[in-house]
Design a protein around this ligand. Structure first.
Ligand SMILES: [Zn+2]
Length: 136
């Protein structure tokens, strides 16, 4: 693994399992046992039914589509200067929840709203694996 100089996640206690599963190359999110709502980011309360019941970490298909995106053409953090231009997107997962990530594996000019994407996992440090998305 080469040296990784970009910012890394600082998980809360509730979010720590999400990153542990990513390290295992699994995309899992919390599913409410009361109403079935799948939420992200992780938290102690269901935003849909307000249940405090302990959520189950269900495995997602990894398939989704681009809900919205922006293309960075300027490095606001010099750690990302080598990546310009790069895309940051809100991805709507097949199971419903949305998550923020990068779109990789294609020219940024070819990215469109509604484009089908699939998760990939990049082991960036010993501690962290980042989920990113490529065209499906
Ligand atoms: Zn619920």
């Amino acid at each position: 693994m080469s040296e990784y100089n970009k910012p890394l996640p600082i998980p809360t206690v509730e979010q720590e399992p999400f990153w542990r599963y990513c390290k295992n190359h699994e995309l899992r999110m919390q599913k409410c046992p009361e109403c079935g709502y799948i939420r992200h980011p992780a938290g102690i309360i269901c935003p849909h039914c307000h249940s405090l019941a302990e959520a189950e970490w269900v495995k997602l298909s990894g398939q989704g589509k681009i809900f919205s995106f922006v293309i960075f053409r300027r490095a606001y953090d010099k750690a990302f200067a080598g990546d310009i231009p790069y895309a940051v997107a809100s991805i709507e997962m097949e199971e419903g929840p949305r998550m923020m990530s990068n779109i990789v594996g294609c020219e940024v000019e070819n990215i469109t709203i509604g484009m089908p994407v699939k998760v990939i996992f990049e082991d960036v440090t010993e501690e962290f694996t980042l989920p990113r998305f490529k065209p499906a």
